[in-house]
Design a protein around this ligand. Structure first.
Ligand SMILES: Cc1ncc(COP(=O)(O)O)c(C=O)c1O
Length: 286
């Protein structure tokens, strides 16, 4: 018999089929909460501390106390991996303000709800790795605090649905001037005149942990990096690539059905992917 998935909820690990939160949880009623996704390779976490630090920042931004001290959270996340059957896994940590009779105003300090779930880490198919990803662009319809990793993901759900409807992998948000911000669940980079360019960190993008890794990798490889606003129609744009915990970094070769550069994975995207995959492999073997 396959081992049932275990989720952490209400201070205990339980089989996922019995893992419930109260109907008056403010996460359910108001999307009043934040989350994190961390990848684990053969029991070793990729950048767990930066993910938990971002969780703490997201909690602080909406005035939810961190549900456990950092060290305890780390141990729970590790336990969640061990209680589930995957070699390479993604671990979701969600924190909501807690349970209270439905009212927009929070009248008293609540006990935050903490849930942790684990799923197998999806791998892009060999075909995607060879051909690269494809995307569409959409006007940004999200709120003005995208730096907070909020569980209110309706705009991203709609964007992803539209991407799937159009037969592509990701939808990327554009600001009112046509600058490319980020994807529904990814950051995005362009190579423009051999410089790796990505939108600066502000309220319009999430500060991706993988985005940071890509920037560090680029600098280590001698690739110049600029954090600035950019557009898809810029002269000299030869490559795009998207980054996220679940994808590492992967070239995006078609955008709105038009080839990006030569319409195939470019040199810089492939170099960065190889560099990051090398780091993941080292983790797997550590
Ligand atoms: C909107 C958005 N931007 C970027 C990312 C990538 O962040 P990370 O690299 O930390 O996974 C995500 C990940 O879920 C996201 O939801």
């Amino acid at each position: 018999m396959t081992q049932p998935l275990q989720a952490y909820v209400n201070d205990a690990f339980v089989p996922i089929a019995q893992a419930y939160v109260h109907i008056e949880d403010r996460g359910f009623q108001f999307a009043d909460g934040v989350y994190e996704v961390v990848a684990c390779f053969n029991g070793t976490y990729l950048d767990l501390k930066p993910h938990l630090q971002r969780l703490a920042r997201s909690c602080a931004a909406i005035d939810i106390p961190l549900p456990k001290p950092m060290a305890e959270l780390e141990a729970l996340v590790q336990q969640a991996y061990e209680n589930n059957p995957f070699e390479d896994a993604m671990v979701y940590i969600q924190v909501t303000r807690g349970v209270a009779p439905r009212s927009h105003v929070v009248k008293q300090a609540l006990i935050p709800t903490l849930i942790i779930t684990v799923r197998e880490l999806p791998q892009p198919s060999d075909e995607k790795i060879q051909t690269g990803m494809s995307g569409i662009t959409l006007d940004d319809i999200r709120w003005k605090h995208c730096e907070i990793k909020s569980i209110a993901l309706l705009a991203s759900v709609m964007g992803k649905q539209e991407a799937v409807r159009q037969g592509v992998d990701e939808a990327f948000w554009l600001d009112g001037q046509g600058h490319v911000l980020e994807g529904c669940a990814t950051n995005i980079f362009a190579v423009i005149d051999d410089v790796l360019v990505t939108h600066p960190l502000d309220h319009q993008v999430l500060g991706g942990i993988t985005r940071d890794m890509v920037i560090v990798a680029a600098k280590a490889l001698g690739i110049k990096v600029e954090e600035r606003k950019w557009r898809l129609d810029e002269q000299g744009l030869s490559e795009c690539m998207m980054s996220s915990t679940t994808n590492a970094v992967i070239p995006v070769c078609y955008m709105n059905k038009q080839a990006v550069g030569e319409g195939k994975p470019g040199e810089i995207g492939l170099k960065l992917r190889a560099h990051l995959l090398g780091q993941l492999q080292a983790l797997r073997e550590s």
